[in-house]
Design a protein around this ligand. Structure first.
Ligand code: HEM
Length: 474
């Protein structure tokens, strides 16, 4: 038996996908109620896709039956142009080997070494904002994108090649723009290659330049390893246990590109949504400011200070629930199997809409309310909850989750300590579902400086708290 096909309204060109994208808040829950845990929608660019709305079945696809699925949609085709055969786009044995090689670079202990650099970069942005007149609204999305790109760049190449790394960031931004256009208008990709698409010349030039720069940095580093504490050093040193083989220059380049692309827009968009939610919920904002002001140390925060900001972490977790920047996970079945009583044939496209689980009234009370207390120590869902997975689940879950959470903590603490944010009057904030859930028209906000209350020493009660970032006892 195959899952039922939705008799939903169909757009003449984009089929059911048109409605899912246009008003996911309405159609995802509505179709889930009407058609159950598994149902098929028609997407002309992909064909049929099976939507999974049962936590148990989603978990089986992502975790238990992960080996029966691959990432093969047209969106990954776009990403492959940018990332080659890096972790996001590779499959099978190549992915398995690469994941093993790259994983140690993202171990939380390794990431601690990057903490000071991240805090300094955020502080530099705070200084830049302070120097900007506060009465005019600014779009925070490009600003945050620049910040996260700067951070991933320094994390990757430390400080020795920052001139070149700045060029990498510039070209990555060009590629990102091209990818967004391609994802917004996927039919453009169906046109014959001879027809020049808008921005495709820039895209090709950016790719060529990136190839040249990144390969140059890799060769230079191989020839003169020096003493660097960055991700590239870890990737260069990584080798397979049995054969002792490391990555080729081409594979390294693909992983570097993958981290750049996967590691900046996701975090920038998540931060934009956090500031939006905080700015529109004064009672949350007041608690957040109180915690930040009471615990902010002398100078710039250090890694160990993060444990003093449990409410900041709750705000981040709750924001990722309401605005999961990777809003859905797509897979294609490569090995027929049974799921929930249905036979899933090879070639079935699967769509797991993360926000369905995050917004479900069956799972969360008053699901659409922004309530960071859902993540207080006594209420927060377990780490492997099938109902909350902003970083995915199973073997292909996000390798950069600790990196991102650490960065979001630092950004939230510093950006909210120094400024108050208000959406520009009359500005429409709306989500756009591309690969990431991004603010469709940007995030125009009036940013005004605030005077933090004087820092106080941590209280005895606070000292007993568990670190919200690492889970370790403070
Ligand atoms: C708030 C920020 C972020 C969010 C919400 C996020 C979310 C996700 C999700 C949901 C997946 C799994 C997708 C799937 O199963 O198909 C994923 C995969 C991945 N993410 Fe992230 N991510 C974030 C930040 C980062 C950062 C900072 C990096 C790297 C520096 C990164 C690198 C990756 C990579 C390489 C994969 C593919 C892993 C694999 O297939 O083995 N992400 N991310």
């Amino acid at each position: 038996m195959t899952p039922p096909v939705v008799d939903s309204p169909r757009h003449w060109l984009f089929g059911s996908a048109y409605y899912l994208r246009k008003d996911p808040e309405r159609y995802v829950p509505e179709w889930g109620r009407r058609y159950g845990d598994l149902y098929m929608v028609r997407m002309p660019m992909i064909g049929e896709a099976m939507v999974v709305t049962s936590p148990d079945l989603a978990r089986r696809i992502l975790v238990n039956k992960a080996s029966c699925y691959q990432r093969k949609s047209r969106s990954y085709g776009v990403l492959r142009i940018l990332m080659g055969e890096g972790l996001v786009t590779s499959e099978g044995d190549l992915w398995k080997t690469q994941r093993k090689l790259v994983q140690p670079a993202f171990h939380p202990r390794r990431l601690d070494a990057l903490f000071t650099m991240k805090a300094e970069r955020v502080k530099a942005m705070v200084d830049e904002l302070s120097a900007t007149p506060s009465s005019n609204a600014i779009d925070l999305v490009p600003l945050l994108s620049r910040l996260t790109l700067d951070i991933i760049s320094r994390a990757m190449f430390s400080s020795d090649s920052q001139g070149m790394a700045r060029d990498v960031s510039h070209h990555i931004a060009t590629l990102n723009e091209w990818a967004l256009r391609a994802l917004r208008h996927p039919w453009l990709l169906l046109l014959p290659r001879k027809i020049p698409l808008p921005g495709s010349t820039d895209m090709r030039q950016a790719l060529q330049e990136l190839e040249r720069i990144v390969t140059g940095i890799i060769r230079e580093r191989r020839a003169h390893p020096g003493d660097h504490d960055d991700l590239l050093t870890m990737l260069l040193a990584a080798c397979e246990e049995e054969s002792g083989r490391g990555m080729s220059d081409a594979q390294l380049r693909d992983e570097v590109m993958t981290m750049y692309v996967a590691g900046h827009e996701t975090t920038a968009n998540a931060m934009a949504w956090i500031l939006y939610l905080v700015s529109t919920h004064p009672e949350v904002e007041a608690r957040l400011h109180a915690e930040i002001d009471a615990n902010f140390p002398e100078g710039t925060p250090r890694l160990e200070d993060l444990a003093s900001f449990p409410y900041v972490r709750q705000v981040i977790d709750e924001s990722l629930r309401l605005y999961p920047t990777i809003w859905s996970v797509g897979r294609c079945c490569t090995e027929a199997h049974e799921l929930g009583g249905y036979q899933i044939p090879v070639g079935t496209n699967v769509l797991i809409p993360t926000f369905h689980f995050h917004w479900s009234e069956d799972i969360w009370e008053n699901a659409r309310d922004f309530d960071p207390d859902r993540f207080s120590p006594d209420r927060r869902p377990p780490a492997d909850s099938p109902n909350y997975f902003p970083f995915g689940a199973g073997p292909r879950g996000c390798i950069g989750n600790h990196f991102a959470l650490q960065e979001l903590m630092i950004m939230t603490i510093l950006l909210c300590r120094h400024f108050r944010y208000r959406v520009e009057e009359g500005f429409k904030v709306e989500g756009e579902l591309l690969i990431t859930l991004r603010p469709k028209y940007g995030m125009r906000m009036v940013v005004t400086e605030r005077t933090p209350q004087a820092p106080t020493k941590p209280s005895a009660a606070r000292e007993a708290l568990t670190c919200p970032y690492s889970g370790a006892q403070k």
